[in-house]
Design a protein around this ligand. Structure first.
Ligand code: ATP
Length: 448
């Protein structure tokens, strides 16, 4: 059974240290969140699983980590300066502000229908680079990580000698001044993206588009997001972004409704074409504006014909926060136990769990037990290079409940047998079954 409400997830996240509102002690800043001790682990594990599937488990993808502050010309030629806008309406009565496509004909705050006409509102955060603040040194906080992959295309091809098809993967922060951030971490103003730009020959793009759709669905399933909870939306032509020839949106049943989890777009040759010099010498299919600022030709040369080809791009783009929320929602269960008892359990896939194991001495005041527990915990954490914790409360039942709720796959109890026979009792989070194993077997058991 998935979470009943967003409130349950929000409460768990705060109580256990997954997510806090940003700047909370000063009243909070809307649309911004901080990831606490458990949140940062889950977030890192999600990104690591994505990176591994893209960069280590295949041979055709390179990585990139580009700057967040972005040259204004990049976002001029990408189309963001002119088109990255949402229609905005103001309520003349209560002065609240809303996205026109999110409301019907009344103000959702006060009910008034005295609204302004929709006006475009650019979602980018603007700043300036250097000591003087004027129009010539405007920079933006990037609204997506993708553009830096496009503008580094030549650097990457020259330094790696890659030929088509190949991809470039990047994870990192993106910023959008959303008019109405809402639904916890679903729509925020600062978030992280996991984006792949996969470059292929024009004409092979449709096949690669379908291929990446299947790859991504399989990845989500490996993170515990069930296939039946994702709907594929083939975005209608009139709703496509300016760069896209076709987009599949993976729509997930979030606690607040069916919404986009990831977009998989066919960006054609729009981006490389838009950022290229001498565009008229290239056979660019997309409609691009003239670029007199770029000093690079973002194309590859066909070795036999010597013709320059501007690759097509397939882009699977997922948000880390939305992944976090979907994974949490899928894993969250309220189980009824014998004797009308209840437990909340987070059935996270073990590779995503923030803490891999909790080591619990049977008695908190017995120094022999506690010392051995500390030694086991330290050895495991050092070997696994993942978080393992000591629970020295003296209350095993309470420790089990806490670790069920935060998704720790195993609890390890250290008792007198541990001292005499070098064995421990290990309890499985999901089945609650316990078995006795040798201390030396623990590392193998916890390698996820
Ligand atoms: P939406 O229609 O929900 O605003 P979008 O279509 O603008 O999203 P894209 O530009 O395709 O989103 O961005 C790719 C991914 O980045 C999205 O699928 C989503 O997971 C994530 N994302 C985009 N905007 C936000 C946001 N404000 N907060 C959290 N994640 C976001």
């Amino acid at each position: 059974m998935a979470a009943k409400s967003m409130d349950e997830l929000v409460s768990l996240c705060k109580r256990r240290g997954f997510i806090f509102q940003s700047s909370e002690i000063y009243g909070g800043l809307q649309g911004l969140y901080d990831f606490g001790p458990l949140g940062v682990e889950l977030k890192n594990n999600i990104k690591q699983s994505w990176w591994s599937s893209m960069v280590y488990e295949r041979d055709d993808i390179e990585g990139l980590d580009a700057s967040i502050l972005t040259h204004a010309k990049v976002l001029k030629h990408s189309g963001h300066e002119s088109t990255f806008t949402d229609p905005l309406v103001d309520c003349k009565k209560c002065k609240s502000r809303h996205r026109a496509d999110h409301i019907k004909d009344k103000c959702p705050v006060c009910g008034s229908n005295d609204l302004t006409n929709p006006r475009p509102f650019n979602l980018m955060f603007k700043t300036s680079v250097g000591p003087v603040d004027n129009d010539s040194n405007i920079a933006y906080l990037r609204p997506e990580t993708a553009q830096h992959i496009f503008i580094n295309f030549k650097n990457i091809v020259d330094s790696t000698s890659r030929s088509l098809p190949f991809g470039v993967a990047q994870t990192g922060k993106a910023f959008r001044n959303e008019i109405t951030p809402r639904n916890f971490i679903f729509r925020v103003r600062e978030f992280e993206q996991m984006e792949l730009e996969f470059f292929c020959e024009p004409g092979s793009d449709k096949t690669w588009h379908k291929y990446w759709l299947e790859e991504r669905l399989a990845w989500w399933e490996r993170q515990g997001v069930k296939r039946e909870n994702i709907q594929i939306l083939d975005v209608p032509c009139e709703e496509l972004a300016h760069y896209s020839k076709g987009t599949y949106d993976l729509m997930y049943k979030f606690p607040h409704g069916l919404e986009e989890l990831e977009g998989i777009a066919n960006r054609t040759d729009f981006d490389l074409g838009s950022h290229s010099k001498n565009q008229s010498e290239l056979n660019i299919a997309a409609k691009t504006d003239i670029n007199e600022n770029s000093n690079a030709r973002l194309a590859v040369q066909n070795i036999e014909s010597k013709d320059w080809v501007v690759p097509y791009v397939i882009e699977p783009s997922a948000g880390v926060e939305r992944a976090f929320l979907a994974i949490l929602n899928e894993a969250y269960e309220r189980e009824v136990l014998e004797g009308d008892k209840e437990r909340i359990v987070l059935k996270l896939r073990p590779h995503l769990a923030p803490i891999k194991a909790a080591v619990i001495p049977l008695k908190k005041n017995d120094s022999k037990l506690v010392d051995l527990a500390i030694e086991i915990k330290s050895n495991l954490q050092r070997s696994l290079k993942k978080k393992v914790v000591l629970e020295n409360t003296g209350n095993i039942g309470k420790s089990y409940r806490k670790h069920d709720e935060i998704g720790t796959p195993y609890c390890i109890t250290v008792d007198y047998e541990s001292i005499d026979n070098k064995t421990v009792t290990i309890r499985n989070r999901d089945t609650m079954n316990q078995e006795v194993i040798k201390i030396e077997e623990l590392i193998e058991k916890l390698k996820f």
